[in-house]
Design a protein around this ligand. Structure first.
Ligand code: FCB
Length: 431
């Protein structure tokens, strides 16, 4: 059997992208509630998928698909709507959701930070201000206490690459700052928050839990299957400016206790000790290979069709990424995100998303091959359970296994959900 028993077949979401209820039960505004004109379609995330009120229906749909896990995030805005103040009301929704998941026998994987920074924290500098470490840790401790007994898998952060570099360097994501000078400080604050959180979660949880972090992961696809090219590709994934900015700047300190070139001198030995507190798994969000960034000519767009996001589709991507990260870091891997956006429509009551059906099937074949070759893969979380608010793209880039009509909130299972369902039923043997 390629995938071990208990393999976590799931789908992922994030609070700001699905919950809605933007001002309920004491929640404060997030930097994404204030994105305004930056969202290309003029939309906002005030209602999103209304998951906050429709979670029971959504869990029933997960059950129908056959998922045995669900990756979601807690919004810091619900739990710490003011500096240093915990809002107990903010936990109610998550506890109800967790009870529903438990009834359905679905294992929760809880992400503690998926980009929706409280607006008050940004007013005080956000990730530039070292105080963010204390705010984040206070929020983490309260959350782990409140959800204790329900959650065995914790993810400290989702894609620091995106919320720090797009949020504070290129200005493409909330809070839309361009602040290159402070890059090292942002990275350091995040890394210390992560390392301290790992220790705090273990101390706070009343039973042993598994802790990881979800990273943007870009592997490099070799030119051929020759051993030489495979080795060359392995190196290319972790060497050079793009490899550092995308992969190693975060994963080397966390998993090897080493600072990369950019961070040399900024991370002291004592910092690195905290940052490299042992984790139980590495979460990989796999969408595009590195080739697309560094080897554009050889890796031409003609040979690789694109998703609606413009991201290259290449069935070899998941296999090589997972292999390369495991080779370098030697920790169990969880695919915390992988998926594609399509302009899906309901026709005659159905959504025939053939492209996604092929995508899931082919990418999972790659994951199966990696597992066959000995990579300990704990799970696969398709991005995303439902169509949702895709940050600055708004609602048009549909990633879901479940279609949402945003005017009526009607949910329709897409063809890909049925395909995924069959794969899950056979624990991947049908691939
Ligand atoms: C990832 C994000 C996730 C979603 C997908 C499409 O970078 O983690 O929230 O937007 O991309």
């Amino acid at each position: 059997m390629s995938f071990k028993e208990g393999f976590l077949w799931g789908a992922a979401s994030a609070s700001a992208q699905v919950e809605g209820a933007f001002d309920e039960d004491g929640k404060c505004l997030s930097v994404w509630d204030l994105a305004g004109k930056h969202v290309k379609t003029g939309e906002d995330c005030k209602i999103a998928c209304d998951h906050y009120h429709r979670y029971a229906e959504d869990v029933a749909l997960m059950k129908e698909i056959g998922l045995n896990s669900y990756r979601f995030s807690v919004s810091m805005c619900r739990i710490m709507p003011e500096e240093g103040k915990i809002n107990e009301d903010g936990f109610r929704f998550y506890i109800e959701l967790l009870k529903e998941l438990k009834k359905a026998d679905i294992t929760p994987i809880c992400t503690l930070y998926h980009w929706d920074l409280p607006a008050w924290a940004q007013e005080k500098g956000g990730w530039k201000n070292p105080k963010i470490i204390d705010w984040y840790l206070m929020y983490v401790e309260a959350t782990v206490k409140a959800l204790d007994g329900y959650v065995d898998y914790w993810v400290t952060f989702n894609e620091p690459q995106c919320f720090l570099f797009f949020g504070y360097i290129t200005g493409e994501h909330a809070p839309f700052k361009k602040d290159l000078l402070f890059l090292r400080r942002y990275v350091k604050n995040m890394l210390l928050s992560h390392g301290k959180a790992v220790r705090l979660i273990r101390k706070t949880a009343s039973r042993p839990v598994k802790i990881g972090v979800a990273m943007v992961a870009r592997g490099f696809i070799p030119k051929s299957d020759s051993e030489k090219d495979i080795l060359k590709a392995e190196k290319a994934a972790f060497r050079g400016f793009w490899a550092e900015a995308t992969n190693t700047i975060f994963t080397d300190p966390i998993l090897l206790g080493k600072a990369t070139m950019i961070m040399k001198g900024c991370l002291k030995k004592a910092d690195l000790e905290i940052i490299s507190s042992p984790v139980d798994f590495l979460g990989l969000n796999v969408y595009q290979p590195m080739n697309d960034q560094t080897d554009r000519k050889a890796y031409s767009a003609e040979n690789h069709p694109r998703t609606m996001m413009g991201w290259a589709i290449d069935a070899r991507c998941l296999y090589h990424t997972v292999k390369q990260f495991y080779c370098r870091y030697n920790v169990p891997i969880m695919v915390t995100e992988n998926g594609m956006a399509c302009p899906d429509e309901v026709k005659g009551g159905e959504v025939v998303d053939e492209d996604r059906v092929n995508y899931i099937t082919e990418y999972l074949r790659g994951l199966k091959k990696a597992a066959d070759e000995g990579v300990p893969v704990l799970g696969y979380q398709y991005w995303s359970l439902t169509d949702n608010f895709e940050w600055c793209e708004g609602y048009r880039t549909r990633f879901g296994l479940i279609h949402i009509d945003f005017a009526t909130q009607k949910r329709t299972l897409k063809k890909s959900a049925y395909t995924y369902s069959e794969i899950i039923r056979s624990n991947g043997e049908s691939l």
